[in-house]
Design a protein around this ligand. Sequence first.
Ligand SMILES: *Cc1c(COP(=O)(O)O)cnc(C)c1O
Length: 375
Amino acid sequence: MASQVPFVRLAAGREPAVRLAVTRVLDSGRFVLGPEVEAFEASFAVAAGVRHVVGVASGTDAITLSLAAVGVGPGDRVLTTALSAGYTAVGIRRAGATPVFCDVDRPALGISPAGAAAKIAAGGIRAVVPVHLYGAAPAGFAELLRVAADHGVPVVEDACQAHGGRFGGKPLGSFGAAAAFSFYPTKNLGAVGDGGAVATDDADLAARVRRLRLGGQVRRHLHAGRGWNSRLDEIQAAALSARLPRLDDENRTRRQLARRMRERLAGLPLEVVAPPPGRTGESACHVFVVSTPRRDALRESLALAGVETLIHYPVPLPLQPAFRTPGAGPESFPEAVRASARILSLPLHPGLEEAEMDRIVGATRAFFRDGRVAE
Ligand SMILES: *Cc1c(COP(=O)(O)O)cnc(C)c1O
């Protein structure tokens, strides 16, 4: 059997600067919320185009604490997209709020700007969490920001897939009242464990997040309000500082690979969903996503050729047992339902080798060629 094409290769990119950084922390004896976290917060703020970054324990926590910091609490309704990582909705739930879902639109499968505008205008929405799905802002993002501002609804960007991505030349994560980043190892900026951050221009909001991550303490042993325990540790911060200088280069490589992959798949009965055609230059190209009604057969065929693929995401959020609400079945989210049955994420990461792309493209072409002969 020939070698495998893994979806990502995480041990690559962790050497040797990361090893040095981790050793530095082990020698320091300081392990949680210390100088490494402070240094990373400062340098990531520059990269994300914001004044303040607060390190937390995960991207999910970053969503929860951002929402709590803009005043979201129990009983509130928070609007988000029907197609995202489950943790987008988990983060909303943990702030005490109920996620309200909006369908997506084609071709890029971001939250529908018209649908979101209608739901915001109808009232009762306390905050909105747009997701920069697959590394790019949703189409119509400017319109969504304007409608939210017009109605006084704060925006918390879920930028967990979008480190280094841009919109109109400005970094993703610098548009809302706050933005949530994840440093889960598979993300464009990945740690060697869990981590996350809240990014904001608002000094008061940043101060509230700093209290929220420490159990609501305003000073040691004085818990003044609600809070969580959500701290970034020194090893993760040091590893992230070691990797951050490479982020832009790695994203450039992702974009180049994505452009070539799209060219090489041209002519097949297959749509490229991400990165969005024409907007590749601003996408963080977190994953390369294609769409075909023959998704499951293609996936099986690629697996037989040794190509590992994933589905982001097979079940729309409003259809997850945890987030179902009466009167909001599949018929309310036709585009998310349609997409979830068709999308497939192919391997695309900065370490993808020429021979690996050959294999992915060759196996995909063979699938459609043989399929046509058989039909
Ligand atoms: C990864 C991810 C999250 C959750 O981040 P964690 O660090 O795993 O908690 C939330 N939203 C999106 C869109 C993600 O991709």
